[in-house]
Design a protein around this ligand. Structure first.
Ligand SMILES: [Zn+2]
Length: 146
């Protein structure tokens, strides 16, 4: 498991939506590697926060907030270049950037809505894939050469 990296796929067309990412699966690893602060990326690049079971964040303003199991948090710079913005412009609104509160706002090259970018000034910056339109696959590190 420690040696596995995972990759997000579009369920509609099987395109790669992220680079191969190292999963952060435990509460301890989350505390060590993740940041829960306004305007900052939650995960370091090359990682995805994807807990095995629910965990309570101990740090900062997220005190006592629960991160649910199986909810993925991806660094925005780890999305594949082909992942674009929704044509539904109301979903791209926000204060300083894209708030993501109006629904999925990132699309696969095939047009499917694949998840939501949160990048406004008062938010934790991340991409959360839609489990209904995407899936994670495991890949061996040796294949992670792209
Ligand atoms: Zn697609």
């Amino acid at each position: 498991m420690n040696n596995e990296v995972i990759l997000l796929k579009c369920s509609a067309c099987d395109a790669d939506l992220t680079k191969a990412l190292t999963p952060i699966t435990s509460s301890d690893a989350m505390e060590n590697l993740c940041t829960f602060a306004e305007g900052e990326a939650v995960t370091p690049r090359g990682h995805v926060l994807l807990l095995d079971k629910d965990a309570i964040v101990k740090q900062g303003k997220m005190h006592r907030a629960t991160i649910p199991a199986n909810m993925a948090w991806v660094h925005l710079d780890d999305l594949a270049e082909a992942v674009g913005l929704t044509p539904i412009t109301k979903r791209l609104a926000g204060c300083c950037d894209i708030s993501g509160i109006d629904g999925p706002n990132r699309i696969c090259a095939c047009g499917a809505h694949v998840g939501t970018q949160f990048s406004d000034c008062y938010e934790y910056h991340t991409f959360q894939p839609d489990p209904k339109t995407t899936r994670w696959i495991g890949v061996r590190r040796s294949e992670n050469t792209k």
